[in-house]
Design a protein around this ligand. Structure first.
Ligand SMILES: [Cu+2]
Length: 353
């Protein structure tokens, strides 16, 4: 039934178009071909002017309407520069857009066919060609130049006092690793990855740098406000992408090839909640690379807090090394060494591993 209606509508549409075309042909014959063409021309010129005005009003309206729906204030030092680049680009291209569109449609209207005027033959002008090639080339070179400058800054060496967090993407979650007191991430090897053996990242336990590395999964990444952070990014299966829209950062997570970027968060989660008047505000990590059917679920969170809050949080975490070798955990050792006291729950736990 539906198919029948669609065919019927198409057939009717064709018939109507055909009849209109035929009718206008008869009108042209009655009025005279030349006169009819000139009249159509006039209508078209007027419509172009209407299109220009309606179009410009539409652009302005969309801008006003959607103004509050953009990302809000950039929450990192690089983010401020990236927003600035965006505004400069939009301002520059915006001015060019308005000038060219007004010229295009206004000229079409003003210089429409007229019996009192003859078209001026003007095929070529080298100076004009040079001007409209060189000026955009210079403008674009400056814009791209700034982009490259910030790109090298973001992906280049982080400041000496930067903290390090390793981010690993997999279908479909994010895992984090903090280097611990030695500030060095221990070596890892993909063949050692084994969640059953408490080694979800494939850390090599013979590397002492791994002893104090803290593994965090299923909760937010914690960062310190106004302290640069270098992210070491990787993936276990396919290409993911660490997208940090609030910080205006993003970087691919590629299996086997660590990528890095650094930035300084400048606003704490608490401050952002007050500023946005949204008590549930959280900084988000989105996967910005289509990575499979659960891609949309790859949402991570980031908490930006003071150094004290961060230290308190980190103190609640234990190195992954102790999960694999509970007997090396000083917290487990102490009660075991104390033979005068009855077995504590810690000993019982150590035994159960
Ligand atoms: Cu992903």
């Amino acid at each position: 039934m539906q198919t029948f209606f669609i065919i019927a509508i198409l057939a009717l549409g064709f018939l109507v178009t055909f009849q209109i075309a035929k009718a206008s042909e008869y009108v042209a014959v009655l009025r005279g071909e030349e006169k009819s063409r000139k009249q159509t021309n006039k209508i078209n010129a007027f419509m172009l002017l209407i299109f220009l005005i309606a179009g410009l009003i539409g652009v302005y309206y969309c801008n006003e309407r959607l103004q509050g729906k953009i990302l809000g204030r950039a929450a990192s030092d690089h983010g401020v520069h990236i927003d600035m680049m965006l505004y400069i680009t939009i301002a520059l291209t915006g001015v060019v857009f308005v000038i060219t569109q007004v010229a295009l449609f206004w000229f079409s209207f003003k210089y429409q066919e007229s019996d009192t005027r003859k078209a001026f033959y003007y095929p070529h002008n080298n100076r004009l060609e040079l001007i409209w090639t060189v000026i955009p080339a210079i403008a674009l070179t400056i814009l791209v130049g700034f982009g490259i400058f910030y790109w090298f800054k973001i992906t280049g060496d982080a400041p000496k006092n930067a903290m390090v967090v390793e981010v690993t993407g997999s279908q479909f979650k994010w895992e984090f690793r903090y280097p611990g007191k030695d500030k060095v991430l221990g070596k890892k090897y993909f063949k050692e990855i084994s969640p059953e053996k408490n080694n979800p990242l494939g850390q090599l336990w013979e590397d002492p740098a791994n002893y104090d590395d803290i593994y965090v999964s299923g909760e937010a990444m914690h960062l310190v406000v106004n302290k640069p952070v270098r992210l070491v990014i990787g993936a276990k299966d396919v290409i993911h992408d660490v997208g940090l829209t609030h910080f205006r950062m993003k970087m691919d997570a590629v299996p086997g090839t660590p990528t890095t970027m650094w930035f300084t968060p400048t606003i704490t989660t608490k401050q952002m909640r007050e500023e946005t008047e949204n008590p549930n505000f959280v900084y988000e990590i989105s996967c910005d690379q289509m990575c499979g059917k659960g891609h949309y679920t790859m949402r991570g969170e980031i908490v930006v807090e003071s150094q004290e809050e961060y230290d308190t949080w980190l103190a609640t975490k234990k190195p992954q090394y102790y999960a694999v070798f509970p007997d090396k955990d000083p917290a487990m050792k102490k009660p075991a060494a104390d033979s005068t006291k009855p077995a504590t729950s810690a000993v019982a736990m150590a035994g159960s591993h």
